[in-house]
Design a protein around this ligand. Structure first.
Ligand SMILES: Cc1cc2nc3c(=O)[nH]c(=O)nc-3n(C[C@H](O)[C@H](O)[C@H](O)COP(=O)(O)O)c2cc1C
Length: 181
């Protein structure tokens, strides 16, 4: 069987711009014999990290919600593709909340020094990031990229590459002001 890849979609629009990019990537992977799974993060039901710190001593989270099976999936996959739009010059809120819940992986790796990802798997795990914005501003992808790089590091996926495309669609004052502030 081929490699297992998880796609994490950060847009609620399953036929939107971000989803189209992810679909293209899935097509390439399926052609290459990979097994792909798409997780639409905005549709998951989970709480933000409540800083209970249960994960400081446990390999999971005490909050029993949709994140619990996700941890197991992320441990097992060979690579991860994240695809998000830019929102408010960064990561969409729900997707940020999703990544914060990976404190479970952070504690295991950096505090207990017992990473949840198998060291053999870690060697080939890669993270690829697709990001799209409405505005064509110089630093429009900086915030999102920084956060995703950190997410991949916590999950033992080597940051492989990114594809960042502005759509030029939001050419009005608000986002221009946000970009130049
Ligand atoms: C709530 C919200 C906030 C946004 N904030 C920004 C922004 O700060 N900068 C920007 O360039 N585009 C911004 N956009 C535009 C989106 O990045 C753009 O429309 C993108 O194509 C949406 O992708 P989707 O269709 O896959 O959801 C925002 C869109 C929404 C809905």
């Amino acid at each position: 069987m081929g490699m297992k890849i998880i796609g994490l979609l950060g847009s609620p629009l399953v036929k939107g711009n971000t989803a189209k990019l992810l679909d293209q990537a899935f097509r390439g992977e399926t052609d290459a014999g990979c097994e792909v799974e798409n997780i639409v993060v905005p549709f998951l039901d989970f709480s933000p990290c409540m800083e209970i710190m249960y994960c400081k001593e446990h390999t999971t989270c005490r909050l029993k919600d949709d994140m619990i099976p996700i941890y197991e999936k992320v441990r097992e996959v060979d690579s991860i593709i994240v695809a998000t739009p830019v929102m408010t010059m960064g990561i969409p809120g729900k997707f940020k909340g999703f990544m914060d819940r990976f404190q479970v992986f952070f504690m295991a790796k950096f505090v207990r020094k017992q990473p949840l990802v198998d060291p053999v798997k870690k060697k080939h795990r890669r993270g690829l990031y697709f990001v799209i914005s409405g505005m064509n501003l110089p630093n429009v992808f900086d915030g999102s990229k920084r956060t995703i790089q950190s997410f991949f590091q916590i999950n033992d996926c080597k940051y492989w590459d990114q594809r960042a495309n502005p759509r030029y669609g939001y050419d009005h004052g608000y986002y221009s002001a946000a970009g130049t502030a």
